[in-house]
Design a protein around this ligand. Sequence first.
Ligand SMILES: Cc1cc2nc3c(=O)[nH]c(=O)nc-3n(C[C@H](O)[C@H](O)[C@H](O)COP(=O)(O)OP(=O)(O)OC[C@H]3O[C@@H](n4cnc5c(N)ncnc54)[C@H](O)[C@@H]3O)c2cc1C
Length: 281
Amino acid sequence: MIPAAFDYEVAESVEHAIELLGSTEDPKLLAGGHSLLPFMKFRLARPATLIDIGRISGLSGVSDGGEHLAIGALTRHHDLNHDPLVKEHCPLLAYAAGLVGDSQVRHRGTIGGSLAHGDSAADLPTIALTLDAEIVVRGPDRERTIAATDFFRGFYETALEPNEAIVEVRVPKTGAAGWSYIKFRRRALDWATVGIATVVEAGNGTIESARIGLTNMGQTPLRAAATEQALAGAARDRVAEATARADEGTEPPSDVSASSDFRRHLCRVLTARAVEEALSR
Ligand SMILES: Cc1cc2nc3c(=O)[nH]c(=O)nc-3n(C[C@H](O)[C@H](O)[C@H](O)COP(=O)(O)OP(=O)(O)OC[C@H]3O[C@@H](n4cnc5c(N)ncnc54)[C@H](O)[C@@H]3O)c2cc1C
């Protein structure tokens, strides 16, 4: 449980962090440390240099970007949970951030760290995918914006290049749409056995559109595409039929928390509940 030896650098600015990424041996950025340090203790990661970005000013906080909220990479889960702008314009994100780990985790962990870590059992990657967020990353030569749909590539794998840092997450406002996040877990404070995020727009008796994100149903966060298509333009009484397809295209793991089949079952049942909950908001 003791990490391998490493060097430690403090980045004074984003530019300094990127310069250090290019000039130090086998580096890793350190934000809240609540995913990286456990990985290092289990020797699943052995960076030679940690670049601490936790003290860079201007990288945290939420601002109103018009159609979206601009969220600094260092914004902590606790702050997302309590921020008035996030509560008003992206309540799904505020709510889900309040379900991450325990109070200590939420006071240290950051949205940038959570997305960069790319754990399909984590909550915020699914929320970013469901909300069609964009991730702004900066490297030595350029800044680029990556859609959440293109960001999560595989098992703990993202579209980030080794010398890039996430600087901002842009989350479109959800307006009056209904929403829900159901996080099924065996014990309070655990990661999700399965999580279902929904954003639903509905008119009189008809569902106009539904976005549904799945936590821990594959190697990356996923969208329940078949159910989304079945719900678009459907009458509200078709929810049960459409959500019976929620696990289509998923490859849920089997582990100590649940078998793959049980996860599929949970996915179908909880998606129906989440859509109904979103419709009732
Ligand atoms: C006991 C415990 C319970 C937890 N429960 C949950 C849970 O229920 N749900 C959940 O979603 N998560 C959970 N987590 C994980 C937690 O949310 C982490 O805080 C989060 O996943 C990572 O954020 P961080 O700031 O701590 O990142 P770090 O651990 O500092 O970094 C994680 C990875 O991201 C990289 N990184 C960090 N910041 C950036 C950046 N700006 N740009 C590029 N790369 C970057 C690092 O190099 C590293 O590879 C839990 C953690 C613990 C310890």
